[in-house]
Write a protein that binds this ligand. Structure first.
Ligand SMILES: Cc1ncc(COP(=O)(O)O)c(C=O)c1O
Length: 386
């Protein structure tokens, strides 16, 4: 019997997520898991305590559809400061089940059947599935090593009269590229010229090592046409809470809310109270986050270089893309299979992040959102490759 026989045709092409596959293989082989991008440490204890307290205080029933006021106020304040914009907590913020729901809610709320969305590949794997679920059509634009920059001419060529949105991820998973001011200005000009919406996935906005993260929404005239998406997951090392949010002017928030209200309606109430405390931690928290991730990035990247990988050191995020071709394997799947079985490290072959998996055959993605002892153990094992 075909295990996917009941899956609708929109979702048939997608199969099991690559993260589930490689986390399972990691467990089977007792490998250090540098595959899936979840931290192996907890977020700030005062945030966890605040969620406990919220449960004790009786915040245990449905939250408002758009999110609890205290969290929306905290988001509006911190995002407003960061973007230099006046963000209204009542009309401009919608709290979602992680950024993943925010991506789907934005696409489901915006797209009519056949509308096209420009996406930069390699992409976060929910993008093509979410576009398909919304009845849209993905228009991928491939970014290439070593810089994985945005080719604005390719974007101009991809736009046509069906184009509705540009789905931009910066800092970018998996390449670590942080969009430059010129790239953002170029995208903004295209969005203006063709009346496009930009969906800006900024879940790694606080994990930047080189350059500067800038929200496209903060560029002149872009607030009106941008939906900015963020989440607790990466910034506060709370991937399991699944608290994310969309920031957008009222007309675009209406699109997000139109679908969100019928997908999840509202999000875990006590966790939203915890998230509000997280956003109030202030700059010293972000300084520590940056310092710790910089140390992890450099430790792993130096070791990867030493054993012979071509390392595309990321300017942001907690992932590093490497060229594995020095090791002589026939593509990234067989390289990752060898790595998990014989070296004891799980990594991600990035083929499923491309519309044509062959574009990822020379590359492998490692995550460094792990404690130093775990990274050191991985590095000890990596020496077996040399
Ligand atoms: C680019 C990008 N967007 C969104 C997400 C999902 O965020 P969340 O866990 O808040 O749903 C991830 C998680 O890996 C990601 O890398």
């Amino acid at each position: 019997m075909n295990a996917s026989q009941h899956v609708c045709c929109r979702l048939q092409p997608f199969g099991e997520s690559v993260f589930a596959t490689w986390s399972r293989l990691a467990a089977e082989h007792g490998a250090v898991n540098l595959g899936q991008g979840f931290p192996d440490f907890d977020g700030p204890p005062e945030v966890i305590e605040a969620a406990h307290q919220a449960m004790q205080d009786g915040h245990n029933q449905y939250a408002p559809m758009q999110g609890v006021p205290v969290l929306r106020t905290a988001i509006a304040q911190s995002a407003g400061e960061q973007m230099g914009l006046d963000v209204n907590p009542d009309t401009d913020i919608t709290v979602t089940a992680g950024c993943t729901e925010a991506i789907s809610a934005a696409l489901l709320g915006l797209l009519n059947p056949g509308d096209e969305v420009i996406v930069f590949e390699p992409f976060y794997d929910s993008y093509p599935a979410s576009i398909a679920m919304a009845g849209g059509v993905m228009r991928p634009i491939t970014t290439r090593p070593p810089h994985f920059g945005i080719d604005l001419d390719a974007v101009r060529d991809a736009v046509n009269n069906r184009t509705r949105a540009i789905l931009l991820n910066t800092p970018h998973n998996p390449t670590g590229h942080v969009a430059t001011h010129d790239e953002l200005k170029g995208l903004a000009a295209i969005a203006h010229e063709h009346d496009l919406v930009v969906i800006a996935d900024e879940v790694y906005d606080r994990i930047v090592f080189e350059g500067e993260h800038r929200s496209i929404a903060s560029l002149e005239g872009m607030w009106e046409r941008t939906i900015t998406l963020r989440s607790m997951a990466k910034t506060f090392s709370m991937t399991g809470w699944k608290i994310g949010w969309a920031i957008a002017p009222p007309a675009l928030s209406a699109a997000v809310r139109a679908s969100h209200q019928f997908m999840t309606y509202s999000i875990a109430n006590p966790l939203q109270h915890g998230a509000a405390v997280a956003l109030g931690l202030g700059d010293s928290y972000y300084v520590g986050l940056h310092r710790d991730y910089l140390a992890r990035r450099d430790l792993l990247c130096n070791a990867l270089e030493q054993v012979g990988f071509g390392v595309h050191r990321p300017a942001g995020t907690y992932f590093v893309m490497c060229d594995h071709t020095n090791f002589g394997f026939d593509g990234s799947e067989s390289f990752c299979q060898h790595l998990v079985e014989h070296i004891g490290i799980a990594a991600i072959p990035p083929g499923s992040f491309y519309s044509n998996p062959e574009d990822g055959r020379d590359l492998v993605r490692f995550a460094f959102c792990k404690t130093m002892p775990v990274l050191e153990e991985a590095i000890r094992r990596l020496s077996l490759l040399a």
